[in-house]
Ligand binder design. Structure first.
Ligand SMILES: [Zn+2]
Length: 589
């Protein structure tokens, strides 16, 4: 079967990647494959200089080497839309802007324009980029000096949209931080004393205590004499926005806008089963392995009606009976890797994590342990832990989150799962381990109760996962935390967010990643195809098509269609049980 001709094409400049790697620099733009891969938004790769035949939207994920051909310029004039990320370089004349100074780390304010159908309510943190000057319309500004950060230049029937923001570096850095080699700088207000002589995820984080946090709505201002004690005496500022998810969403919004401008139809695959807006996830860490605490947790989760991801910590353990009850209750047996130095084998290292994995298999009777969370959000280096996960068969890791009251929330800017980027030494490949962010530890103990709805709101705004962690000792001994566990379970359900274990999130994401979508014109509208490695029941294919004003109809194939609004934009949603292999529908939008 011939390769389908997708409306979106991405310039694949292998020479530029090799050049960056030889110079020891990250080719951040390879992360485009992960951002569009999560959306399942199909595109064709074309080599630099190749004519954009049959293409409506062309993406330069980084600065091109050579001046645009006369053909490319004509293609824009005829209605094509170019998206350029980085210094537009030789495309400057076409883009209507030139680069005028690099920006290592700053904030970007998104303007009011039809390109952004859904804007974040705060300035977004950006890592890397360039200031833009020229004639083009300004879609976003650097907030330190009001220069242009993202621009739009109309060229006859077409347009060039230029991201001075390095969206790829920003997304990866916000999600993965910098290598952890020393304690980070604590928050000036005393709410996040991360200088605790314990290396952990937050020590490498990119989001700023001073710029990227806000008080939960309705809470009084922070007491200048605030003391970091448990439970917190008051609400404290939190990372209230999934900033990396917002960057992914904004890039997607610009692709959908570009497709609309050029009259193309672009499909993508909804993140969850049709009808589900966002998902909730509850995990439990078995710290101290006290039998009574484990039983109290089992009891609380039964009353809450939630199947949790139960992360088992070495050393010690529960009785064999309790492990059996945890499994029988439908909870997921996971590893809680301990590198706190409080026991033999409880140190940071491959032999130690391997030994603890084998221990968790043995005590739980679970041959395949799929997920892990690191005790105390321990972390060292940048990504070596993901290599260990790959070797062990851990497919999803949920370590990256807060250990202090003042770094609760979207500490790593994400509510979506993602495959992390490897460093230059590993060719900037993607690890085969999903990163599932953690948002707060025990409500009404490690996190003030007021953070709950901010986390749920943030996850819903970008349609990701809200992750709440509880510990047995607090469920056992602290009635407010036990009550908060039941309340968050009910509140997520009230919002239509089902509770999924890490294994379920992992299986769902990996099955949807096996779906390749394509579109062909059809006399009755569009023919939609999905090639799937495995079945994806209840899938929702979203089609960015001009609004016809009538209800969409499925003419061929089994499924139903309706018009929905996602990220402030209208889509035709095709709901169907995707089967393994070839799936085809004809939809009249
Ligand atoms: Zn722990």
């Amino acid at each position: 079967m011939p390769e389908p001709l997708h409306a979106v094409a991405v310039v694949d400049d292998q020479a530029a990647i090799e050049r960056a790697h030889r110079a020891g620099q990250d080719a951040w733009w390879v992360y485009l494959a992960e951002v569009l891969g999560h959306l399942r938004l199909p595109y064709q790769s074309i080599s630099p200089g190749a004519p954009p035949d049959g293409v409506s939207v062309l993406v330069f994920p980084t600065t091109p080497d050579t001046a645009p051909s006369a053909e490319l310029e004509q293609w824009v004039r005829d209605g094509g839309v170019l998206l350029v990320v980085g210094d537009p370089g030789p495309l400057s004349a076409l883009a209507g802007v030139t680069a005028s100074g690099s920006v290592p780390d700053a904030h970007v304010v998104l303007g009011d324009t039809p390109v952004w159908s859904s804007r974040p309510p705060v300035a977004l943190h950006a890592v890397g980029g360039t200031r833009l000057t020229g004639e083009a319309e300004v879609l976003a500004r650097w907030d330190d000096d009001d220069t242009a950060a993202i621009t739009l230049h109309r060229v006859d029937a077409g347009a060039v949209l230029t991201y001075g923001v390095d969206v790829w570096q920003s997304i990866v850095r916000i999600q993965q931080g910098y290598a952890v080699t020393a304690d980070g700088t604590p928050a000036a207000d005393g709410t996040a004393p991360i200088d605790d002589d314990i290396l952990k995820c937050e020590d490498g984080m990119v989001l700023s205590f001073e710029r990227d946090r806000a008080m939960p709505p309705g809470e009084p201002p922070l007491d200048p004499e605030f003391q970091h004690v448990y439970p917190p005496p008051s609400a404290v500022p939190m990372f209230d926005q999934p900033q990396a998810d917002w960057w992914c969403s904004l890039f997607a919004q610009s692709v959908w806008w570009a497709a609309e401008q050029s009259g193309a139809t672009v499909p993508w695959l909804w993140y969850w089963p049709s009808g589900i807006d966002a998902v909730a996830h509850m995990s439990h860490d078995s710290d101290q392995n006290v039998e009574a605490d484990g039983r109290a947790a089992l009891d609380a989760f039964a009353e809450a009606g939630v199947e949790v991801t139960w992360c088992h910590v070495f050393p010690g353990g529960y009785s064999p009976e309790l492990y059996a009850e945890i499994t029988a209750a439908g909870h997921e047996n996971a590893l809680h890797y301990n590198a706190m130095g409080d026991a033999d084998l409880a140190v940071w290292g491959w032999p130690q994590v391997r030994a603890q994995y084998a221990w968790a298999q043995a005590v739980t009777g679970t041959e395949q342990i799929v997920s892990n969370k690191n005790h105390y959000t321990r972390w060292e280096g940048w990504t070596e832990f993901y290599r260990w996960c790959e070797r062990l068969g851990i497919q999803i890791d949920e370590s990256r989150g807060p250990s202090k009251q003042g770094d609760v929330g979207f500490t790593f800017g994400a509510s979506h799962v993602s495959f992390p980027l490897a460093p230059v030494a590993e060719g900037n490949r993607l690890y085969d381990v999903l990163n599932l962010p953690l948002h707060t530890q025990d409500l009404a103990w490690a996190g003030h109760a007021s953070v709950r709805d901010v986390i749920l709101d943030g996850a819903q705004a970008v349609h990701g996962v809200a992750h709440f962690l509880f510990h047995g000792p607090h469920l056992n001994l602290r009635p407010p935390t036990r009550a908060a566990c039941l309340e968050v379970a009910a509140e997520a359900r009230r919002r239509g967010m089902p509770w999924w274990t890490a294994t379920r999130i992992n299986s769902w994401e990996r099955s949807r990643r096996g779906v390749s979508l394509s579109i062909e014109p059809h006399p009755d509208g569009v023919a939609v195809r999905a090639l799937a490695d495995e079945a994806v029941p209840g899938a929702a294919v979203l089609l960015a098509v001009p609004n016809s004003g009538t209800e969409p109809v499925v003419k061929e194939g089994s499924g139903s269609a309706r018009t929905v609004t996602r990220f402030g934009r209208c889509f035709v949603e095709l709901t169907s049980d995707i089967v393994a292999g070839d799936n085809r529908w004809v939809v009249t939008p």
